[in-house]
Design a protein around this ligand. Structure first.
Ligand SMILES: Nc1ncnc2c1ncn2[C@@H]1O[C@H](COP(=O)(O)OP(=O)(O)OP(=O)(O)O)[C@@H](O)[C@H]1O
Ligand SMILES: [Mg+2]
Length: 395
């Protein structure tokens, strides 16, 4: 990325823009939003809010309704039901072009025949901003995205990341009161995506503009957003901070969609107030600590994250017999994929320094699941959700 300008100039530009934006942006409140394109609801009773100046990420499998929610907020479609407000303003009463919303799409969507400066200037021209002020604001935006010497270039003379920064500048140039980003970095490679995420976060923090980000990339969502809104089949499954979504998933769908998870099936055997023994389909007994709502005899799915699974060379209480299928070094970890005696797959992540280097594929080994951190769900949640969640995360 180009770092030509001293940070001071960018900060000054950001500060002057931010004081103006702060007067206009507000909390976004979406309530009971439903929309149908013809048959059935693409979005069904969606309710969430974003406090003023914060970033929320909308996540979910392909086709779950994320872009539809964005289109309704932007005024590109009129929802069948529900309300959308920004601060005290009922957005549904405001025509799309007057809503003051900046949007960035996955495919840049710059005007190819216009220079960078003309692209950024376009929303200002539409708003009737006088020419001289337009020029000053374009300069300010280009400084902010560190492309101030690129104004005369055409989009095809820029790299993908530079084009995307221009798209962000164009979205911000009209002094939007709300920023909607639909897979803004989806077309970029990983390293560039990271650079742009950092850049975006810096801009968003400096400007304090309420932002809704749609992404398939869980890491992107977790690093940019203070709250995640997880959708499935047109409805919201959970709204929470990234860490609560990861550690306290309310449904099996959420548990499987965010992060990696292994699923073991079994039946509760005499649940007590604090302990809940589960007889797995392998015939082995898991003694879970977590008090839950399940009664004795109930069929359950026990889920665990790779980092909640430990390996042992010998049998012992609570350890399950397994066979090593494959070990893959991944950054600071080694990922082991194992198979329980009934063929159920289970994944374990060990720190590389702690991973035994004597393990061979096919070795018999024992695994233990952290009984306090695993989750238990009713099995009926698997059916429909399973298909959707497998389609979902792309990264
Ligand atoms: N213009 C349209 N006409 C008919 N159906 C549509 C239209 N746009 C979207 N849909 C349907 O509405 C549902 C929600 O689509 P939407 O584009 O909101 O999904 P999404 O979550 O953004 O998916 P993706 O992650 O693939 O972008 C899908 O089933 C889709 O096929
Ligand atoms: Mg979409």
């Amino acid at each position: 990325m180009q770092r030509a300008l001293p940070a001071l100039d960018q900060n000054t530009a950001a500060r002057s823009l931010s004081s103006e934006l702060a007067q206009r942006t507000g909390a976004l409140t979406v309530a009971g939003l439903s929309h149908s394109y013809g048959s059935g609801f693409a979005v069904d009773g969606v309710t969430f809010d974003i406090p003023a100046g914060e970033v929320a990420a909308l996540l979910g499998p392909s086709g779950c309704g994320k872009s539809t929610v964005l289109r309704a907020i932007a005024g590109l479609i009129r929802p069948a039901k529900g309300t959308i407000a920004l601060g005290d303003t009922d957005l549904l009463q405001v025509p799309a072009r007057s809503r003051g919303i900046g949007m960035v799409f996955q495919n840049y969507a710059l005007f190819p025949h216009m220079t960078v400066a003309e692209n950024v200037s376009y929303p200002l021209a539409c708003q009737g901003v006088p020419k001289q002020e337009r020029r000053a604001r374009v300069d300010e935006m280009l400084r902010l995205i560190q492309l101030d010497s690129f104004g005369r270039r055409l989009p095809h003379q820029l790299s993908g990341g530079q084009q995307q920064r221009v798209a962000v500048a164009r979205a911000l140039a009209g002094r939007p009161s709300l920023l909607l980003l639909d897979e803004p970095f989806g077309a970029l490679d990983r390293a560039l995506r990271f650079d742009l995420q950092v850049e975006m976060l810096r801009l968003q923090k400096a400007l304090g503009i309420t932002t809704l980000l749609v992404t398939h990339d869980q890491e992107e969502a977790q690093s940019l957003a203070s709250r995640l809104v997880l959708m499935n089949r047109g409805r919201i499954e959970q709204i929470d901070t990234p860490s609560r979504i990861y550690d306290q998933p309310r449904t099996l769908f959420v548990n499987r969609f965010i992060g990696q998870t292994s699923m073991l099936t079994g039946r509760v055997e005499g649940a007590g107030p604090e302990r809940m023994p589960v007889r797995l389909t392998t015939g082995e007994l898991l003694d879970l600590l977590r008090p839950t709502r399940f009664v004795s005899g109930a069929s359950v799915v026990v889920t665990c994250r790779p980092e909640e699974v430990s390996l042992f060379p010998d049998a012992g209480p609570g350890r399950l017999a397994a066979r090593l299928i494959v070990s893959i070094p991944l950054g600071p970890h080694v990922i082991h994929d194992l198979e329980l005696t009934d063929g159920t797959g289970i994944r374990c992540a060990q720190l590389r320094a702690q991973a035994p280097d004597t393990l061979l594929l096919g070795d018999r080994i024992f695994v233990a699941i952290d009984p306090a951190r695993c989750h238990v769900f009713p099995p009926d949640a698997i059916g429909g959700d399973l298909h959707a969640s497998l389609e979902g995360p792309s990264s």
